[in-house]
Design a protein around this ligand. Sequence first.
Ligand SMILES: [Zn+2]
Length: 342
Amino acid sequence: MRVFHTEKSLLHAPDFYFRRGKRIEHLERAERYRVLRGAAERAGHDLREADAHGLDPIRRVHSERYLDFLATAWACRDEIEPGLDYVLPSHFARPEMHRYPEGMIGRVGFHMADLSAPLYEKTYEAVLASADVAVTTAEAVLDGGHAYGLCRPPGHHASTESTGGFCFVNNSAVAAAHLGAKLGCKAGIIDIDVHAGNGTQIIFYERDDVATCSIHADPSAFMPYYAGYAEETGAGAGAGHNLNLPLAHGSGDDVYLDAIDRAIGFVTDHGIGALVVALGLDASEHDPNGALKVTTEGFRAAGERLGAVALPVAIIQEGGYLSEILGENLAAFLGGFDSARG
Ligand SMILES: [Zn+2]
């Protein structure tokens, strides 16, 4: 399988974040890039550097003022407090607050959903490079094939105007919108990360160009808390285009794979011409998140099922955190996928 990546992923290296009121070691570590790349190399896949594609593909899913914020936040950090090592908000815009602030200190709280995604000097460069991996992967499958994009930082919690959950630019959304635009078809996203793909849901909620399905652990007391429920099915032109499949915590391979079958049925029923798999590996039984109990063989079977979808498929890396088995799970998924493609 063609595997697209960029060493610029290493430029964003957060060392801490705030989780449940505590400052703790960051889960989305730069080391993930090395582990995932190493596993793909050892499995014999065809590694290639991503090409640069600029901002236009990203503009299909993010607002101009949000992209301007990402581009300028570091340079304007002294407006918040002189001498900062990272950019994070101290206030957050609530839904009932509607004035867009001019100053950077207010814009930070408008465009950041939580305290999990500190922005550093090189973060923007890494984020654009990660989006380039997604676009390069989408470009590579326009002829009907499949490829894997090792995107880091991940993207599926980033919404039209907001970071969140370690994410800045929604790589899976960028890839799906790119496929739809280039192929002149509706695209689908199946998100199998253990967390609901709330950013992806928000981006496409009122659009009919991308059908979205997320399989995840029940968000009632689990990130992202405020989205990912079964009753959220889309609105306006996007009515009926979103399917959430929240799973009981502790669910294993059988439940996960049944949900993947349902997701495939849902997106193909929408007449899609291309598919993005938002590949989180944090449903693993060994992931530090610990919410689901998917085995390595479960990831292989997931790859087999998704590989059997006879469409162009861009596999985009989302979450999945350091454990002894992270690389093995990636290799199992990609191996299962390849075996189904024949
Ligand atoms: Zn996740």
